[in-house]
Design a protein around this ligand. Sequence first.
Ligand code: SF4
Length: 349
Amino acid sequence: MASPAAHREDTAPAPGPPLMEVTDLVKHFPITRGLLRRTVGHVRAVDGVSFTIGAGETVGLVGESGSGKSTVARLVLRLLDPTSGSVKFDGQEIAALSQRELTPLRRNMQIVFQDPVSSFDPRMTICSVITEPLEAQGISSGQQARDRAAELLDLVGLSSRDLDKYPHQFSGGQAQRIGIARALATNPRLLVCDEAVSALDVSVQAQVLNLLRKLQVELGLSYLFIAHDLNVVRYISDRICVMYLGRVVEQGPADAVMTDPKHPYTRTLAGAIAADPRTGGGTRRVVVRGEMPSPSNPPPGCPFHPRCPQAFDRCSTEVPAPLPAGEGGRTASCHLLDITAVNGKAVGR
Ligand code: SF4
């Protein structure tokens, strides 16, 4: 992969007004027991997440497994219904739309999954895989759809000679290119990439990331790019949101968040990158001590306090609010940024 330091400015268009605006998004899954399926608790998978994605912008959503990233992906696409909160696409509230009302919007928002092959029907040709959304949306069919599929294969670096092949005939990287072609079939404005390169070798990851950047410039796409690997997210993102236990704990311009993280959790993730041999940082070491608590029983106060090396009394009782943490709309949810937090001493800024 190319150096993360040399990333966005060379290719990305300037961020514009928000294409997507997510405000205080919540998803709690009920835990039921017994024959009557009585609700005995909730899994707080997403717990008040807010961020925006500008036109032509890439927002990276990063965090450990179980932090709620993939649930956010499904909520913003309305593949899941939120418990509460707002999701606006191009100014239109979509959180409360019926599935029928959502249909015309779906062509504008598509998803690329981690494992495209398992989402393809092995009996379908690549042509059918790519044209399926065109036919489902009533956009085109027959030869017109096949021509569009050929055009899309060319766009993602494959050949129209591949149209009549089957998914098992492709490598992981090629299959992901097909997944991207399928996602682009309806001419979307927003692509949600959910761990889209996580299953690929590092060299293939770089090729797919570079393809995504090229497509963004050519097609003016916006991306919500979700991954657990901060190195990958940094490479492609204009801005980064760091998630922990269903909340965004820090967000801001990618370089600023990476080079000067304000939240102790981001610092541990960024430290792991500095120590990653792929980035020339030497031996990789343990990322964060301990396990992430269960979202069905989150700790009181700051959700990170049981693992935080800088925790103090207030952290176990009071949830930190997002506080300004620098230029470019940076925020971080940590009491250390509150100058009155620790015995009246100014710390953390
Ligand atoms: Fe650590 Fe306290 Fe900040 Fe949470 S609020 S990240 S526990 S210092």
